[in-house]
Write a protein that binds this ligand. Structure first.
Ligand code: F0G
Length: 466
């Protein structure tokens, strides 16, 4: 075991308070629904001391401490989230953290997709390689920790699947009970099965995600349960570290663009908050443009920006096979618009066929992800065509969930069933053919296998392997 360097950092986490994103009201405590008691807008966590000359940490020192902690063996140093605890709400002692060694996710080069799309450098930060298979773990370690510190025995969430899997795991780890509300028939069994194994009380409600979230908001005002949706600002503080870890991996040289999927819009808000804080603390001198991509069938933010200039939310009846982002009434829309504006990012939508194609293309680079994550590559293609992303610019895609989260989507795609009965044009669907690999059933004979191999050798390699 490596022994810790002698110079332990002198910062142990930051003193925080809650600020309303609407009226700016400051408070030391938050109500159960994490809404402002004056105007009902969402709360965010801020660290007043970090903005004062006396309290502002030295940027080089912070970078150094974060690097050093990678060599240490305590639970909080092994976590890719708590490693950045200097910019997180302070714990009294490190043992309070409920951690599963979240974060520490790889940053992959995507050379073939970069060539195909027409950018010099394309990277993917794979948050699907977190302990429960999605980016939610980074937020959950912080929010579950503060739930337990606040004395709650029960935690709860509404979910399209990943939040519930993550919450159930961290609750179990922290000795709390968990209640999951998911839309009946609209989430993948892989995600639901995780929540069951982690011991959650799991309710499939006859409604959509937005209906589940509405009900949860009422429940937390009536019962002693702590809500762990991304309305909870502690979640966003944890998810913030995704961007800090990314910048650290890039030696604090930001990419030109970061592209993230948008559902309830917590993650984009968290990443944007991290970028703005990093700039204010002098950790970076230039802001990447943060862009959000939605599925065409769940495009509330796209429509909000196009139809109202971002002034009022246009809710939609969400419909997409990328079930993780099947959300029509995103809670954090105002926070997301703020970071889009502050970083100069774009908001786009992509079709079901574009999502499926991008997911298969990423797969052919050896990078599996769930459909909701693939919207990032599909969206990048559009942003390059629109020349919003310029030919010389570097891009990082945030892949949010693991391929194994939604095997039905992948099997339906390869068996040619994904778009059966849909009205997508034949030509567009034909474009997917070279990416499909239907599994074959053969007699258990050597000749049959050799013949298959020879046929495959003669056929064209899939586009991204050329
Ligand atoms: N990608 C995946 C894999 C997700 O699970 C989600 C959201 C998103 C993207 C969108 O992130 O909501 O922060 O904009 N899943 C939630 C859930 C809503 O319940 O698991 P967002």
């Amino acid at each position: 075991m490596l022994s810790p360097p002698t110079s332990k950092p002198d910062v142990r986490g930051a003193a925080y308070c809650f600020r309303c994103i609407g009226c700016g009201d400051l408070s030391g405590v938050a109500s159960q629904d994490f809404r402002c008691s004056r105007c009902a807008d969402l709360l965010e966590i801020i660290y007043p001391s970090l903005n004062e000359a006396a309290g502002k940490p030295n940027a080089d020192k912070l970078k150094d401490v974060w690097r050093q902690r990678r060599l240490w063996q305590s639970a909080v140093d092994l976590s890719g989230v708590w490693r950045f605890r200097d910019l997180l709400p302070a714990l009294q002692n490190d043992d309070q953290a409920i951690t599963l060694r979240e974060g520490c996710t790889p940053l992959y080069e995507l050379p073939r997709s970069a060539r195909a799309v027409g950018v010099p450098r394309l990277l993917a930060k794979h948050q699907g390689l977190n302990p429960t298979g999605s980016f939610k773990d980074c937020g959950m370690t912080v929010a579950a920790t503060f739930a337990r510190l606040a004395g709650f025995k029960w935690v709860a969430c509404a979910s399209t699947g990943n939040t519930s899997a993550s919450m159930a795991a961290y609750a179990a780890r922290g000795g709390m009970r968990s209640l999951v509300l998911v839309p009946e028939g609209k989430i993948s069994w892989s995600k639901l099965s995780q929540a069951l194994d982690y011991g959650a009380v799991t309710c499939q409600l006859r409604t959509d995600f937005d209906g589940c979230l509405r009900l949860l908001q009422e429940l937390v005002l009536r019962a002693p349960v702590y809500q762990l949706n991304s309305i909870n600002p502690f979640r966003l503080e944890g998810q913030k570290t995704l961007a800090l870890e990314l910048l650290d991996q890039l030696d604090w040289q930001p990419p030109d663009h970061i592209i993230v999927p948008g559902g309830n819009l917590g993650n984009s808000s968290a990443i944007g908050k991290a970028l703005l804080e990093a700039r204010d603390l002098g950790l970076i001198t230039r802001l990447p443009k943060l862009s959000v991509i939605q599925a065409e069938g769940a495009n509330a933010l796209v429509r909000t920006l196009r139809e109202t200039g971002g002034k009022s939310l246009v809710s939609v009846q969400a419909q997409t096979r990328a079930t993780a982002i099947r959300i029509g009434n995103p809670a954090s829309w105002k926070k997301a618009i703020h970071v889009l504006e502050a970083t100069g990012g774009a908001c786009e939508q992509v079709s079901e066929i574009e999502i499926a194609q991008a997911k298969a293309e990423l797969g052919l680079e050896g990078i599996g992800c769930e459909p909701a994550s693939a919207v990032t590559l599909a969206g990048l293609k559009k942003l390059v065509k629109q020349r919003f992303v310029k030919p010389e610019e570097s891009v990082v895609l945030i892949l949010t969930g693991n391929l194994l989260k939604d095997p039905d989507f992948t099997m339906d795609f390869h068996r040619g069933k994904l778009f059966e009965g849909s009205d997508g044009s034949e030509t567009v669907r034909a474009g997917l053919e070279p990416l499909r690999r239907a599994p074959m059933i053969l007699d258990a004979k050597l000749d049959a296998v050799i013949q298959t191999l020879e046929q495959a050798e003669k056929s064209e390699p899939p586009p991204s392997l050329k």
